[in-house]
Design a protein around this ligand. Sequence first.
Ligand code: SF4
Length: 655
Amino acid sequence: MQRNPSARPEATAAASMANEEAVRATLCRVDEILRAAYGTPDLGNKVDPLDELLFLLIAQRTRIDLARKVYEDFRREFYPWKKVLRPENRAGLRRALSKGGRGNLRMRAVRELLSEISRRTGSMSLDFLRQYTMEDARKFLLSLPWVGEKTAYCVLLYSLGHPIFPVDSNIIRILRRTQVLSPVGVTVNRIDHRVAQKRVLPWVPAGLAYTLHVNMVVHGRTICVPGNPRCGVCPIRLWCSYYRHREYRSLSGNLTMIDLFSGAGGISYGFARAGIRPVLAVDRHVPSCETYRLNVPWIDPHRVVNADVTSMKKREILELLGKNNVDFLVAGVPCQGFSRVGLKSKPALRKQKPPEKEPINKLFMEVIRWAKLARPTIVLLENVPDMGRSEVFFEDRNVRVREHLDKHFRSMGYRTGAVYFNAADFGVPQVRKRLFFVAVRKKGLDAAVVDKILALDTCRGNVTSGRYLSFSDALRGLPALEAGAGAAVSAVTKDYLTERSRGNPYAAFVYDSPFAVFNNSARQHNEDDMRIVSALHGGETYKSLLSRRPDVVANRRMKTYSATSFHDKFFRLHPGRPSRTIVSHLAKDGNSFIHPAENRSITVREAARAQGFPDSFVFEGARGAQYMQVGNSVPPLVAYAIGAYWRGLLKGRGA
Ligand code: SF4
């Protein structure tokens, strides 16, 4: 076959364009997050260009709070600035500027600067620079004594409003650690500010120079500090190479796991937090894979495979598995086929095809297929409780799923068992009953250890605190929202840190983002729905509302919901109890998940709180896809408890 000589340059150009877009998109995101976290504070910079120049001279190599004070005192005493040049004021000037250190040097700088401006312009003002182009203003500023490139850039940005991006040591440090510019080949290691400014400016998205600059400076002063950065509370850590590498290395040599039907990564996240490294994840849903890659830094992102598990050939699987042994194979197999709220519950669909013949109900067979190839020590399969009792049709007869699993795993040398868990028993604010099927390979393990691994329900006690956590309690620290309000990223409430220190395992696990809330925008409701939503009491269904307040539904559109078929079409979550089971159907309709205290359906973040996802976990994709990911997940807090329990039992087989 002849090669197309132009293919390679085109591919290279496309790849480089994709990298450029990715870099700008990341910087937009970083800007959005930092703005939410810090609110673009006033750093004390001045609107008047000459004031700004003098402030910058005073602020050089001085703590910012001290510099502000020194400048304010200096201005109070010496404004209008011609006073600075009077010989009789020299002693007072030295005294005023010495408060920030290096008084003689600063006095010389200030005097020389002002006398040069006076000599060249005949005034004590730089206002005329507002009429200059950016380049002309830059040249003029650089021609003044004591004005370097960084100082000139700050005046251009802060006082003259030019789209320029001054790079100081804080910004260099953040760019070096995050490596956000590395896809376009820009590195900022050990280079001076002038070079950095030239390299960075082309990548700063239009209109973001000011906010990005100010917030990065604040971030560098408070979180991404020299020495030991405070990565544990950093709101941009998921986009930071330093953090991701550090986390990746932290699980090196540990027990390993494969996650099938991984979704957003709820099980992997929980297991990884318990010290188990995910080495391969497969899911066919693109946004779920994106979410997984972003939030699970302990895996090589190339090993998050976007594919349909059922269509993967044996050779492909073996190639992915490689030669290394794996300790766990986990699978949150899609459960719609067995679920009471899924296909099984829809009479119309049941007529078309009985549930035992639905292909989706045979997905669990994939777990058997992969286990035969990977030979993991432990297999965990999560599904709705009905799965254990359900039947599927194979060849010429119906067989029970549980029996089928037992038969296959026993023939491979495994012992099997199953437990039914309610997520609420693990400190999660949600009633979520699930079946966990477990298979343990007997070879190489003491029978007593195998017994303990199968006795999975003992790990429940690790996290319960005696009573169920209510959904309202779990929502604390999130901002109150009207229907239709909120944002992809917003600020947390003032009491977030207080909530974080409440001392229960849920708060310790979930409250890990004290600077920004993600995925927290509320849906809009139409007027008719809003009347119903507003009238619902906590824990009340649509059916109950119909009999209590027939007036609320007295209009044509609402009568289309039958109280028999749609008895919980609307439901307000009870404030004093855990949430009802969070389902993927939230992607389509949130009316059966109305906030316990506010008149709107719950946001993705609130649903994630009900699932025990940490606040730093960011869901990717459109909002509908985000709801789906949350609803389909295994609560990470449950996965964490299981992972920690098993890791303890397998001690010595990994770090
Ligand atoms: S994660 Fe750590 S190193 Fe990265 S930007 Fe945040 S504080 Fe700095």
